[in-house]
Design a protein around this ligand. Structure first.
Ligand code: THU
Length: 136
């Protein structure tokens, strides 16, 4: 079990934010996700001219880890200029894929706050709630 190094995750999330494709919002975000075995995958926000197709940094970091075969996660860092917490869609996907992990939120001054997924998404909907009905 690898230890979590929030400062390393911050550095990697900040670096990832420099790759952000955000010509519409001009709001770069970076994320770094540490897997259970210590690997770290990063993501940045990628915006689309069809605005609703934009994908946040957090979900791109999760996708990068998952497509490389990872299923268990230890921690995530998110970097933005003003230290925004993950959006609602990302909270759902973090819960679905990573479970209850510490999420370190950093701003450009290096200020840090830590949140658990379960506190960002109380009373979540998830696979345990998928009661299946026939003929739908
Ligand atoms: N964004 C993220 O990447 N992560 C968040 O947690 C909040 C929002 C992106 C989406 C969009 O590209 C820009 O920030 C403004 O909403």
């Amino acid at each position: 079990m690898e230890t979590v190094k929030p400062e390393l995750l911050k550095t990697l999330a900040q670096k990832a934010s420099t790759f952000s494709h955000s010509p519409f919002s001009k709001y770069p975000v970076g994320a770094a996700l540490q897997t259970e075995d210590g690997a770290i995958y990063t993501g940045c926000n990628i915006e689309s001219s069809s605005y609703g197709l934009t994908v946040c940094a957090e979900r791109n970091a999760i996708a990068a880890a998952v497509v490389n075969g990872h299923k268990k996660f230890r921690a995530m860092a998110v970097y933005s200029l003003n230290g925004a917490t993950p959006c609602g869609a990302c909270r759902q996907v973090i819960w679905d894929i990573c479970g209850n992990i510490p999420i370190y939120v950093f701003d450009q001054n290096g200020h840090k706050k830590m949140y658990w997924t379960k506190d960002l998404l109380p009373n979540p909907f998830d696979d345990t709630k998928l009661e299946k009905k026939n003929n739908t």
